[in-house]
Design a protein around this ligand. Structure first.
Ligand code: FE2
Ligand code: FE2
Length: 190
């Protein structure tokens, strides 16, 4: 699924630092995929390309999303952090030739999460949060939890994102709230 040229194109498009981060997310995604019986190949490509929409060089992502005929919801339109994931799924499909829906959804929902996430979607969301380059309070707890309980790790990851979003006074995407509520209800019934 990963072609050799993906690496050069990605580095060129998103810049060195973001590229290094992407490699670490790929590695972490593969590690988690092995634990939770998910296709290693899909995890690798989704991890590698998850930020392919974070184009460097001050490109107007909103404008680009329009060019791709993407209709953004109001929350995404007003929180620029979220655009790159929606845009990324379109770029992965059109420029990297990814057709696998699960891989495209893992890219599409790596910022917000959503209800009924697939295991691959959960893995990429968490891997993005806990790759070795990340340092925030509580990251080590999520790292440990991710090895034994994917859903608990996901709840903590979403909590961390929400805290960040609230601190920055940005819009909370409803998909994140729905994802978190569903996971909490599910966990309380276990
Ligand atoms: Fe991202
Ligand atoms: Fe990322």
């Amino acid at each position: 699924m990963i072609k050799d040229w993906f690496y050069d194109k990605l580095k060129e498009n998103i810049g060195e630092l973001r590229y290094e981060h992407s490699l670490r997310v790929m590695e972490k995604s593969v590690e988690l995929a092995k634990i939770y019986n998910v296709s290693v190949e899909k995890a690798a490509v989704a991890g590698l390309l998850h930020d392919c929409g974070k184009l460097k060089g001050g490109i107007n992502l909103l404008k680009l999303a329009e060019d791709f005929d993407i209709i953004l919801d109001s929350m995404t339109k007003n929180n620029h952090e979220l655009i790159h994931s929606v845009l990324g799924a379109a770029i992965a499909e059109k420029e990297y030739g990814i057709v696998d829906e699960d891989v495209l959804n893992a890219i599409r929902f790596h910022t917000t999460g959503r209800e009924n996430m697939s295991k691959l979607e959960k893995i990429v969301y968490i891997a993005d949060m806990i790759e070795p380059g990340r340092s925030f309070e509580g990251v080590d707890d999520i790292r440990k939890l991710a090895l034994v309980d994917l859903d608990k790790a996901l709840i903590l990851s979403i909590d961390n994102t929400l805290k960040f979003v609230i601190e920055k006074r940005k819009l909370i995407h409803l998909d994140s709230v729905k994802a978190r509520n569903q996971l909490l209800i599910q966990k309380s019934m276990e």
